[in-house]
Design a protein around this ligand. Sequence first.
Ligand SMILES: NCc1[nH]cc(CCC(=O)O)c1CC(=O)O
Ligand SMILES: [Zn+2]
Ligand SMILES: [Zn+2]
Length: 330
Amino acid sequence: MSDISSQLHGGYAHPLSRSWQGQSRRITKSMFMYPLFISDDPDAEAPLKGMPNQRRWGVNKLPGFLEPLIKKGLSSVILFGVPERKPKDEIGTLADDPEGPVISAVKTLREKFPDLYVACDVCLCEYTSHGHCGILHADGLINNGPSVKRLADVALAYAKAGAHCVAPSDMMDGRVGAIKRALIDSGLVGKTSLMSYSAKFASSLYGPFRDAVASAPAFGDRRCYQLPQNARGLARRAIVRDVGEGADIIMVKPGSIYLDILAEARQLAPDHPLAVYHVSGEYAALHAAAAAGVYDLKAQVVELSEAFVRAGATIILSYFSPELMDWLDE
Ligand SMILES: NCc1[nH]cc(CCC(=O)O)c1CC(=O)O
Ligand SMILES: [Zn+2]
Ligand SMILES: [Zn+2]
């Protein structure tokens, strides 16, 4: 009954997650999941310097911003919290603050937009004083055990608040199994999808995101937990591991320059929805290149989306989601 491998319902509890179980070769609006930065200032609508057209949104401003996009066909979002008012600490206490940005936004969005699929990124780096994705040993190295326990608590708090999907991006070993176990033990496993950032590489393409959420590590880097750029083998092992630990959706990140890994993920997890994260650095670079006349932005974004789908993606996390709701009508 409570075995991890027997839990399938959470992966298709929502009409949208049911649609992702097919493997369309065509780009559709329902493939796009829009990443949103949520401030703890409820009235924020602050432009982000490295990411044209993106903002840090306060909970009060979010419904007005999203309503027209949902009317045009936006069907899913993924939330990242940005605490600007309360102090960060060593263990990321603010991550599951009941009055914090993510939990408030989940509740608001579930109430205002009953059909919208709401995913929550699960990580500690936005909330820790040191900016790392887990809890640290005294010597500054990642302490995997307590990190996994803390991340499972955070994921559970988001699921309890109403998230359709929890998505751990921290890269600790064993967190997918721990989160699945927490969902089973709390009775939420049948309605909450678990999307794992399985093959997330230590990339130079995350800079604009780290500026947006103020999550750059205060010292060191993330190379001891995110995957080495050359690591095809580790990526394959992580994908297989996360399938075994009960992930409902597998993700590869970044997108464009990891298409080979995406195609491998499709082979290794042929029966799972497969997500690709078209990350902040890719987004910023596309805007810069289009502004320099290298190509037409829409043409290039649609071409890239074709490439993601051709390689096997069924879900695309993209900051271009708002534009795509128009472009895919044309
Ligand atoms: N856990 C942090 C996290 N979650 C998503 C991104 C990057 C997303 C983007 O660049 O758009 C990052 C940055 C990082 O790992 O440093
Ligand atoms: Zn992180
Ligand atoms: Zn290490």
